[in-house]
Ligand binder design. Structure first.
Ligand SMILES: C[S@@+](CC[C@H](N)C(=O)[O-])C[C@H]1O[C@@H](n2cnc3c(N)ncnc32)[C@H](O)[C@@H]1O
Length: 300
């Protein structure tokens, strides 16, 4: 059974793993999770080696700390911080003091402490690379589920063959990859907004420029016969991703699989569909022999 990242990541793929994982090739040498985020996909995939990459360097530094420290030390560090800053679901002043401390010291494990008590457990940075997510009053704390998910996550990072990198996708070293390897891309979606692509994170935002560069990166992988899967939305609240549609029209052999994750898009192809519907898809540059998708789109 798939297990959950301890991070409640916007756009996290935990819920759709049962639809996503069967689309992946059965045998994978190196699996690259190019936009790893909460790492829900990378930690649940079967591959000889997994590379978790994300340009949010503080996130990757936190994963490095998880990988290198004994679980007891990680939990002890978190508990000490909770005691020192008197963190609770009510103590906003304590949360703010903890946030100030993190922004001054940038201790990688303190990022997790902040996430535990922050609004919706989200990660958000400002232009000066300061964590600025507000307090999760009456809702967020380092609770039992989070502790369990963290323990399991740390164990996975330490026991599986997992490498961590913090490059912007276009700087990633694809040269070392070969035909047995696989690149999974779950970028910010051009036509929806997440805190990581609203330009308010102090990191590069996501615009048509990045979208084009990513599609070129995938073209280069295709030319080298390296398999990939790309998650995205083709349509959202009446907006269309025309760049992606044009790219698909130029690549008629690519497979477009529809993801069903709520009632709105399960109705997608009916005439009276909800105007807020999203057409969420996974695009692959290979056909998976044994897998017969129930909803392979034939839009193009
Ligand atoms: C949709 S989230 C990934 C969620 C992930 N699949 C999960 O299940 O938790 C997209 C991620 O892309 C990262 N990102 C944004 N721009 C990037 C870039 N230029 N290069 C690499 N990663 C980037 C963001 O920091 C964010 O973590």
């Amino acid at each position: 059974m798939a297990f959950k990242s301890p991070l409640n990541y916007i756009g996290g793929k935990q819920k759709i793993l049962p639809q996503l994982l069967p689309l992946f090739p059965e045998k994978i040498g190196t699996f690259v999770d190019l936009f790893a985020g909460g790492a829900n996909v990378g930690i649940n995939v079967h591959a000889e080696k997994v590379v978790l990459n994300d340009n949010l360097v503080y996130l990757i530094q936190m994963y490095q700390a998880f990988q290198n420290l004994p679980t007891e030390d990680i939990i002890k560090h978190i508990e000490e911080r909770i005691t020192k800053f008197e963190l609770s679901m009510e103590n906003e002043a304590g949360y703010k003091a903890m946030r100030q401390h993190y922004n001054t010291e940038k201790h990688p494990l303190d990022l997790f402490v902040l996430i535990a008590y922050s609004f919706n457990h989200q990660i958000r940075f400002n232009n000066h690379h300061g964590f600025n997510n507000p307090f999760g009053r009456n809702r967020s704390s380092f609770n039992r589920t989070m502790r369990q998910n963290l323990t399991h996550f740390v164990e996975t990072l330490q026991t599986k063959n997992i490498a961590l990198t913090a490059h912007s996708f276009e700087k990633f070293d694809f040269e070392a990859l070969g035909e047995d390897d696989f690149v999974y891309c779950d970028p910010p979606y051009l036509i929806t907004t997440g805190t990581y692509n609203d330009g308010k994170r102090g990191f590069k935002g996501w615009s048509e420029k990045e979208e084009r560069e990513l599609l070129q990166t995938l073209d280069a992988l295709q030319a080298r016969h390296i398999r990939f899967a790309l998650s995205n939305v083709l349509e959202h609240k009446g907006k269309k991703n025309e760049l992606l549609e044009n790219w698909l029209a130029q690549n008629p052999d690519f497979q477009v699989h529809q993801i069903k994750n709520n009632y709105a898009n399960s109705n997608y192809q009916t005439l009276d569909r909800n105007k807020n519907a999203s057409l969420e898809v996974v695009i692959t540059n290979y056909r998976k022999e044994k897998y017969l998708p129930t909803a392979t789109l034939s839009l193009f």
